[in-house]
Design a binder for this molecule. Sequence first.
Ligand code: AMP
Ligand code: ZN
Length: 454
Amino acid sequence: MLKLFNSLTRKIEEFTPLHPPQVGFYTCGPTVYDYMHIGNLRTFVLSDLLIRVLKQNGYQVKSVRNITDIDDKIIARAKEKSLSIQKLANEYTKAFFADLDKLNILPVDVNPKATEHIGQMVKYIEELIKKGVAYEKDGSVYFDISKFPEYGKLSGLEGRTLKTGTRILSDEYSKDDVQDFALWKAVSPDEGSPSASSGSASWSSPWGKGRPGWHIECSVMSQEYLGETFDLHTGGVDLLFPHHENEIAQAEAKTTKPFVRFFVHGEHMLVEGAKMSKSLNNFYTLKDLEKRGFNPLALRYLFLTAHWRDKLNFTWDSLTAAQNTLNKIREQLRDFDPPEIGCSEFEQKFTEAINNDLNLPQALAVMHDLLGSDYATSAKAKTLLKMDEVLGLGLEKYIGQKIEVPTHVQKLIDQREETRIAGDFNKSDQLRAEIKKLGFEIEDTASGPKIKKV
Ligand code: AMP
Ligand code: ZN
């Protein structure tokens, strides 16, 4: 039985889908105006882990993750870089998928782009106007929050005075600005004649030229592929308000049915106590980590060490520790026999951990207990592979893969050992560096030098 913390009820609940064994799953995707920072990637890894856990529970998951390829930030960045909006968005969409791949994030079933669903968004907005919950003003269309009595139920705005009849055009605003929000934005005069390089950022609509607001995108695209009510919706905690609050308002005002059954919001990654974000300029990308010699999967390992509902403070030391642990596991696996008959005791403990609100630090502890246990390596290998279907650390390729050292490298290793024993440490360090350049690392142990791949 899988239990999950549901932001809608603010409680841990038993997860059951609407139409078992199918699960409809939506993740708010990236806004493609820049590289993802590793905070963003924490949220996408969470979504991947959740999908993997659902699959291990026997569910068939239909997963959708949108690409926001039109918004204020994209338009501004395209202008700044003198690139067309499409070119800019394509470039960062490609970079996003490359990051996902490096982190072993499994492909989702549908990757809808906002700009390919404008017609559906216009129709959706027309229906909201017909229902009397949206109105047009100066070529823009707004959602009238006073017409949706449940507005605020996700983010808990009780007691706050809703500024009814006042409007907000921006897609991102604080909880203090509880106002009617834009579903459709009229093209502003300075965007009216986009330069040839930045390309057009507007579409025709019954209200004149404009473009959709951010929130409408996700209501439209999630329901298009998953139906009016679906099971799970994920994103980072900053999306709770206004984004998800507004998605609920739009969808439930339109259908009068529940929009989503479980909202799962991942906590933020911090840097020195502050939220990692592009606006604070305190962020790292996956490339930054790679440049410093880290393997992207060390970052995935680091994510697993913290509970998804806890903040995770990023430090280079913690990443180094994650990399070292991952390297040690990989080395251990090289001596394993091929997988055969697993250890049910550990498999059961692992399942209990992941089904207990995705307690991944606990699941990792079970994995380490397994590796340190007295079971035969073939049994450990079998169970480890089952665990890695969820953890996604790509461990399979290390099992039984003994390192083959070419003869010319072995000669250098022997030579280094002789110089080390003779006390010629300068020469021995020189040889160690030479060996490293050839892709091998020496660890001196009590039983002699141990060779690892760099
Ligand atoms: P964006 O491209 O800005 O829409 O962000 C993509 C995802 O990353 C969203 O689900 C955000 O909630 C999430 N996110 C943004 N900043 C952080 C952070 N510091 N830690 C974790 N997730 C984040
Ligand atoms: Zn969204």
